[in-house]
Design a protein around this ligand. Structure first.
Ligand code: MEV
Length: 421
């Protein structure tokens, strides 16, 4: 049995969301994809309890569950033929919520069962996760949650190093987060959890270690959330069904998407081309990639609208993530004034969408250990919720901005470590 640190101080874990720049869907079939981390993150505050229970509070999706640790199954990882079958093992005393909370509870039961399998279960804790990532929008909110949850459970069972997050820590966190993604999405490629773990820009091929692209180019993007809900699982299944019906046609499209990603990786690392030429080439392959995805049936009228509005200003957009609604990304040329970007964003918001101007490529999972012993989940929660519910004067109504303000109530030491670079 792995010994657990009996006396431990609260700690905070944060993990970024992701944006898939090129190669979504094709990545499920072993093709290359390129993704980058966002400066929008999930933050988990973990505090000790005096009993041996485990409480998980996810206020953004209405989850507050208290688990009696001794009723949770202990898993060696071999009891189930697939992690998504965990539902059968959830104790009857737990009422499983509907919606995204359902997946979060199932994932918790699975990852707790595996990661605590060899550990003393008397370590009581409260885990509270607040996320700045919209749920179900293709920005990797579930992967950021799974990475934060895996890192939390590994930290609680003494399986991580005591300082920073080492390369072997990241490998372990990423492996477990992938299983969490399997509970959530069935057959994920693993790209989302890899970006949330490692950060930066990654070239990813399923089953191979991801390659950090060490990009020489900053990437400004406008992310547009169409606010149209989508199911990654259903969209991935839809592409699979199309491929089953027309294997050679669909394989040709998937191969073309692979070439798009490989070309993009070369562009990212190029030092010889002038910036304007590179931007032009990047715009070309963004347009091509969107067209290919659209032929796979994963676009949506709302995504086509984003493409039209931005194309009218010579900007290139593509869907990002699973499609079917969710988010689009638009490349912002480095020379474009942010006032001009605001004009485009306002036009898109006039269509009922929500826009975020952001830079891609910040840090991956971060852990701030031994944060001020006085911090409590209740205090943190009360403050962040208060800001969510009662905007200050002059507040622009942006929940994202209010939540960020709420995080400032965490101890300064935690904020310094967790701030995206
Ligand atoms: C979802 O963000 C990306 C997909 O390629 C699915 C996956 O990679 O697991 C659609």
């Amino acid at each position: 049995m792995v010994a657990v640190h009996r006396d431990w101080s609260p700690f905070v874990v944060s993990a970024p969301g992701k944006v898939i720049l090129f190669g979504e869907h094709a990545v499920v079939y072993g093709k290359a994809a390129i993704a980058g981390s966002l400066d929008m993150r999930a933050y988990a505050l973990v505090t000790p309890r005096t009993d041996s229970k485990a409480r998980m509070v996810l206020p953004d999706i209405g989850v507050d569950v208290l688990f009696d640790s001794h009723t949770l199954p202990l898993l060696s990882g071999t009891e189930l033929s697939h992690p998504s079958e965990v539902e059968a093992l959830v104790p009857s005393s737990i009422s499983i919520p509907e919606g995204p909370g359902r997946t979060a509870v199932l994932t918790f039961v699975y990852l707790y069962g595996c990661i605590f399998a060899e550990s003393d279960r008397t370590t009581g804790f409260t885990l509270c996760v607040r996320s700045l990532l919209p749920v179900g929008a293709g920005l990797g909110s579930s992967a950021a949650f799974n990475v934060a949850l895996s890192a939390t459970l590994l930290q609680l069972t003494g399986q991580l190093q005591e300082e920073g997050v080492s390369a072997s820590d990241r490998k372990l966190i990423n492996q477990w987060a992938f299983h969490g993604e399997q509970v959530a999405h069935g057959t994920p490629s693993g790209i989302d959890n890899s970006v949330a773990t490692y950060g930066g820009f990654l070239k990813y091929i399923k089953g191979e270690p991801s390659v950090n692209l060490e990009s020489t180019h900053a990437l400004r993007v406008l992310i547009t959330n169409t606010n149209v809900p989508k199911s990654t699982k259903a969209l991935v299944a839809g592409v699979r069904a199309l491929r089953d019906r027309y294997p050679s046609v669909v394989d040709g499209i998937l191969d073309s998407i692979d070439s798009v990603s490989t070309t993009a990786a070369t562009l990212f690392q190029s030092t010889s081309e002038a910036e304007e030429t590179l931007e032009q080439q990047m715009q070309d392959i963004i347009r091509i990639n969107h067209g290919l995805l659209s032929t796979l049936g994963v676009s949506h009228a709302s995504l086509e609208r984003v493409r039209e509005v931005t194309a009218a200003r010579n900007l290139a957009s593509k869907l990002t993530g699973a499609g079917g609604g969710g988010c689009a990304l638009t490349l912002i040329p480095n020379g474009m004034a942010s006032g001009d970007v605001d004009v485009v964003a306002r036009e898109l918001e006039g269509e009922g969408f929500h826009c975020y101007q952001t830079v891609v490529g910040g840090g991956g999972v971060a852990i701030a250990r031994n944060v001020d012993g006085k911090v409590t989940v209740e205090q943190w929660l009360a403050d962040t919720m208060e800001r969510h519910n009662s905007p200050a004067d002059g507040d622009d109504g942006n929940v994202y901005g209010r939540a960020v303000a709420g995080f400032a109530t965490l101890p300064a030491a935690a904020i310094a470590v967790l701030k995206p670079e």
